[in-house]
Design a protein around this ligand. Structure first.
Ligand code: AMP
Length: 290
């Protein structure tokens, strides 16, 4: 495994490896969620690249940029053991030339970026897709792997790639969870033991929504309230939002009928100073991307 810190060095290394190349973009602090993306890439691609870059542009001024975990040596061990060939690990000055807080030509998202995370974290998705566009330009992968854990992000990235006609396939990968249901996240390390216990409320709430759907409920607001009730019943959990949405446009639904495959429930909630997100399909099968 080679670790490259500059765009020039990465491009030189990339020119020597066989295709197809799969890219797994991450902010490091790797866990099984990230490694599941690597395994998907490994199974389909001759070369697997991972980027590790804590992207300042996607953090708000009051968010956790400075305390975000950065266990680089451990990350590199895990990446190598899981079969990564190339790691791109630039510093901030390499990704954003000095003198510019983010990028000279930011990519500004609309549509599916507007609600939910877009509303609660102003500027977040602009930061995400600007860096993803830049990474895709640097790495030129055939396929880039993203987790469904960040469902809205996955939809925004798909739209960005379609709108800018970037020749890459975006592969969405299922959420990896702890045995008790908590979705793996680099931010879970911030949870106190008590908060960690209460954090299962998010996945329990999603299961409660799914159970209500399976019992025949089709009104989106009733499903939304069933999900929210589990969060409100759990001490120390404060929902930011609970939404039942079209899986692609992220627009809220009113009724879930047969024509709404994979209608998605989205949650963001705070436990003290820790903000967690989760989501699940409520209805039928997973959405298709034809
Ligand atoms: P991050 O390092 O948090 O930016 O995440 C990098 C990639 O890993 C994103 O595409 C995430 O959606 C994905 N990811 C994070 N957590 C999980 C998880 N629990 N299951 C599946 N994918 C995940």
């Amino acid at each position: 495994m080679r670790v490259l810190e500059t765009i020039a060095a990465f491009r030189a290394a990339r020119a020597e490896v066989p295709g197809p190349l799969g890219l797994v973009p991450t902010m490091g602090a790797l866990h099984e969620g990230h490694l599941s993306l690597v395994r998907r890439a490994r199974a389909a691609c001759a070369t697997v690249a991972m980027s590790i870059f804590v992207n300042p542009a996607q953090f708000g001024p009051s968010e956790d940029l400075s305390r975000y975990p950065r266990p680089l040596a451990r990350d590199l061990e895990l990446a190598e053991a899981t079969g990564v060939d190339l790691v791109f690990h630039p510093d901030v000055a390499e990704m954003y030339p000095p003198g510019f807080a983010t990028a000279v030509v930011p990519v500004v998202p609309g549509g599916p970026a507007q609600r939910w995370e877009g509303e609660h974290r102003p500027g977040h998705f602009q930061g995400v897709i600007t860096v993803v566009a830049r990474l895709l330009g640097i790495v030129s992968p055939q396929t880039a792997y993203f987790g469904e854990k960040d469902w809205q992000q996955l939809q925004v990235v798909r739209r960005m790639v379609a709108d800018l006609a970037i020749p890459v396939e975006i592969a969405g990968c299922p959420i990896v969870r702890e045995p008790d249901g908590l979705a793996l996240s680099s931010r879970n390390v911030y949870l106190s033991p008590e908060q960690r216990r209460h954090a299962t409320a998010l996945s329990r709430a999603l299961r409660a929504g799914r159970a209500r759907y399976e019992a025949g409920e089709r009104e989106a607001e009733a499903l939304r309230r069933a999900i929210e009730a589990v969060l409100l019943d759990t001490p120390g959990v404060r929902p930011d939002y609970v939404a039942v949405v079209d899986p692609h446009s992220l627009e809220p639904l009113t009724r879930l009928e047969g024509a709404t495959p994979g209608a998605r429930a989205l949650i963001a909630a705070r436990l003290g100073g820790v903000r967690l997100i989760d989501n699940a399909a409520l209805s039928g099968g997973e959405p298709s991307y034809s």
